[in-house]
Design a protein around this ligand. Structure first.
Ligand SMILES: CC1=N[C@H](C(=O)O)[C@@H](O)CN1
Length: 263
């Protein structure tokens, strides 16, 4: 305020003086979304509310975009953090920095009821020559390619709701997403179901993903302050209490670190 100056590198001081932090979300239940009452919620925004308050930033403000635009939107200042449960991986770590993950997760498919093509893995999709889809910018694109699904055959959809519609209408056989995303979105459907969660296989290794908050590469102090809080919440059990109402299980809590997931 007034003539006091906040150094551009000090994101936390800037957010404190503004009193609000803008959270990038992708309209994905239960990670970050606006609910039927018009309330902004999700595991990541609810976690952000608690942590930023402790850091001295009182309010959070949503900025909705599609998943593929989260990293570009962060780096072009459209919001201050990505609050969408984004999987931490090597490619993304070259563009943003991550807090340690708040959860770990497997993948799953949305398929037609009864799973007529018997699809339980990316390898099954290849064998059955099934029509495969996933979301724009999703990590699952890479898992499909790693399993041998031709890149040109992958149908890229806006989000999991578009995915459900495409499966229900028979336009595609499968939509891949996080196990939690698929199990949430099929709740509204009588014509589609989610498969059991499974691990994608990349370079012969089973993939366990960890999702966390992303920050601009210059905002290391903000990221570090956020990490201090998240570690305290892991220790006390508060993290699981916040995530549980969004459908997370104990087995989806994690000790993985951003550092190891970035490798
Ligand atoms: C929470 C989430 N994670 C995956 C990813 O990070 O690419 C995608 O499935 C999109 N949504």
């Amino acid at each position: 305020a007034g003539c006091s100056r906040v150094p551009s590198g000090d994101a936390l001081a800037r957010l404190k003086s503004q009193g609000t932090v803008r959270l990038g979300i992708a309209g994905e239940v239960p990670y970050g979304y606006v609910d039927e009452q018009g309330e902004f919620t999700g595991e990541a925004p609810e976690l952000a509310r608690v942590i930023f308050k402790r850091l001295g930033v009182d309010s959070v403000q949503p900025v909705a975009t599609d998943f593929a635009s989260l990293i570009p939107g962060l780096n072009s200042q459209q919001f201050d953090v990505v609050s969408a449960g984004m999987y931490i991986n090597k490619e993304r770590c070259q563009q943003v920095i991550f807090a340690d993950p708040e959860y770990q997760m497997l993948d799953s498919f949305i398929v037609r009821k009864g799973n007529p093509k018997n699809l339980h893995s990316y390898e099954d999709v290849v064998k059955a020559k099934a029509r495969f889809s996933t979301g724009t910018g999703y990590a699952e694109i890479g898992y499909a390619i790693a399993a041998g699904i031709p890149e040109d055959d992958i149908v890229i959809l806006r989000d999991q709701v578009a995915g459900l519609n495409a499966v229900e209408s028979g336009r595609v056989d499968v939509f891949a997403g996080t196990a939690l995303t698929t199990r949430e979105v099929v709740k509204k459907s009588t014509r589609a179901e989610a498969t059991e969660p499974f691990a994608a296989i990349v370079d012969g290794e089973k993939q366990i993903d960890g999702g966390g908050f992303a920050f601009r590469p210059t905002d290391t102090e903000l990221r570090d302050a956020f990490n201090v809080e998240i570690h305290k919440m892991k220790k006390s059990g508060e993290l699981f209490r916040i995530l549980k109402p969004f459908g997370f299980t104990k087995s989806e809590m994690t000790t993985l670190t951003a550092e190891e997931l970035c490798r």
